[in-house]
Design a protein around this ligand. Structure first.
Ligand code: GAR
Length: 207
């Protein structure tokens, strides 16, 4: 069975969707560990409720990005995971971790990349006045939200949207996209590096 680590920082709704989905897959993936960089984050309770081991590693306890990166590699090593899913993990991964799991690290981002990378993607979309936005599941590489795109979902931006209403609409699409990609991880549709079999439907629209 494919073994996955999920990296989180916050509320963990994507983590919850992944947990709920793994039980239903024909080729199930096993979430072997959840790693969280924020002590007290609600995502921790979600993992515990599902009986998944949680490793809390605050980046604040480490002098620099490189030493935190090495700590993440050390933390994950005993769990023998094949893939890593960043699910609202608000840290940039460093070269040590990326090379240790080369092409096997996924992230979800709340925009249609390459538009609106980095922080506050929903606010960026509202400020730009776009009428549609969405989410992207992509492979993590050395850049910020630049890796191979795996799947994308589109949602409308309404004229009366706030960051909160747009975020809520996006999260529903994020859960749909990420659970689908996790199924592809389990059944081999997704190849390391982000390629998917020809004919696979990789985009969805609520517009
Ligand atoms: C999600 O909207 C995710 O796309 C975003 O953080 C949120 C986490 O929500 N990630 C990024 O912005 C990464 N750049 P969740 O904790 O409820 O899953």
């Amino acid at each position: 069975m494919t073994r996955v680590a999920v990296l989180v920082s916050g509320s963990g709704t994507n983590l919850q969707a992944l947990i709920d989905a793994t039980a239903q897959h024909e080729h199930p993936v096993h979430i072997a560990v959840v790693v969280c960089n924020r002590p007290g984050a609600p995502a921790i309770g979600r993992a515990q409720a599902a009986g998944i081991p949680v490793e809390v590693r605050s980046h604040r306890a480490f002098a620099d990005r490189a030493s935190y990166d090495q700590e993440l590699v050390r933390t994950l090593e005993p769990y023998g995971v094949d893939w890593i899913c960043c699910a609202g993990f608000m840290r940039i991964l460093g070269p040590t971790l990326i090379s240790a799991y080369d092409g096997h690290i996924l992230n979800i981002h709340p925009s249609i990349l390459p538009s609106f990378p980095g922080l506050n993607a929903q606010a960026q979309a509202l400020a730009a006045g776009v009428r549609i936005t969405g989410c992207t599941v992509h492979i993590v590489d050395a850049g910020v939200d630049t890796g191979q795109i795996v799947a994308q979902g589109v949602v409308p931006v309404h004229t009366n949207d706030t960051e909160d209403t747009l975020t809520a609409r996006l999260l529903k699409m994020e859960h749909r996209a990420y659970t689908t990609v996790l199924r592809w991880v389990g059944d081999g549709t997704l190849q390391p590096g982000g390629q998917v079999a020809e004919g696979t439907v990789c985009s969805w629209s609520d517009v």
